[in-house]
Design a protein around this ligand. Structure first.
Ligand code: ATP
Ligand code: MG
Length: 249
């Protein structure tokens, strides 16, 4: 198995008042290339912090992370990544097409390829009629769709999505599911966080549950659910067990 992602003993602490918050605690995780990994956890569990380490936005306090074998502080590692932030927002004065053009150029893509790929992405995300409007005039869900298109412009080998369905209508959610499964069919890797357990179950090869910075379960959906019978019940159990240990941040 070749790994798209390897996280080794990752700990991230933030100063907080007189003390510190341990957002991520000794996290070990490997995600196989060509698979879909669903990253679950309650609010404040450390999902976004972990994602920011993978993108090189946040330095580890200790431990390390690698993307396709390259340490995440190596900017070349980012060439193969597409990223959708939680609550994405972007330059309102650009049109959607201009944003994708600008992003494609950052990836040193050739003009014709950017324009072809942007056209395909606008069509697949239902934005063709809005492509030449200023982003400031987009609704919240339209901005989310546009930022999803932006994350895909470079046909990334690893797509990292932080709550990709937040703010989307049911059709948008289905499109996100389709995009994730299409990525896997094309041999690409997807790592995404979500609170939508039913969607996570539908698309993930493996899932991990982070509670108060600790990975408390990892495996296939069936392995994680175990005797609890369904993912929601198991999720609540895991959160309650960890909180009972006084592990909440
Ligand atoms: N820049 C920061 N400074 C201080 N504390 C931070 C910072 N970023 C995150 N934290 C803290 O780290 C913990 C983890 O936050 P994080 O945003 O990673 O959680 P999350 O799992 O993504 O939550 P959510 O589901 O709400 O998006 C929280 O206690 C948060 O307050
Ligand atoms: Mg988050």
């Amino acid at each position: 198995m070749s790994a798209a992602l390897e996280i080794d003993g990752l700990t991230v602490s933030f100063p907080s008042g007189k003390g510190i918050v341990q957002a991520v605690r000794s996290l070990n995780l490997t995600v196989a290339a060509g698979s879909v990994f669903g990253f679950l956890g309650p609010n404040g569990a450390g999902k976004t912090t972990t994602i920011h380490v993978l993108l090189g936005f946040q330095s580890p306090t200790s431990g390390s992370a690698r993307v396709f074998g390259r340490t995440v502080s190596d900017t070349m590692a980012r060439d193969r990544i597409g990223f959708l932030a939680e609550n994405p927002d972007t330059y309102g004065f650009l049109t959607g097409r201009e944003l994708l053009g600008f992003t494609g150029r950052l990836f040193r893509m050739e003009k014709g390829l950017i324009s072809r790929r942007a056209g395909e992405l606008f069509a697949s995300l239902g934005l063709s009629s809005a492509a030449d409007r200023r982003i400031a005039s987009y609704s919240r869900g339209m901005k989310q769709r546009l930022c999803m298109a932006q994350s895909l412009i470079n046909d990334p080998d690893l797509l990292i999505l932080d709550e990709p369905t937040g703010g989307l209508d049911p059709i948008g959610r289905r499109e996100v599911r389709r995009i994730i499964t299409e990525r896997r069919s094309a041999g690409k890797t997807v790592f995404f966080s979500s609170h939508e357990l039913s969607e996570v179950e539908l698309v993930s090869d493996r899932i991990g549950v982070l509670v108060a910075g600790r990975l408390v379960a990892e495996g296939t959906v069936d392995e994680v659910v175990g005797p609890a019978g369904n993912l929601e019940r198991r999720f609540v159990q895991l959160v309650e067990e960890e909180s009972g240990k006084g592990g909440a941040a």
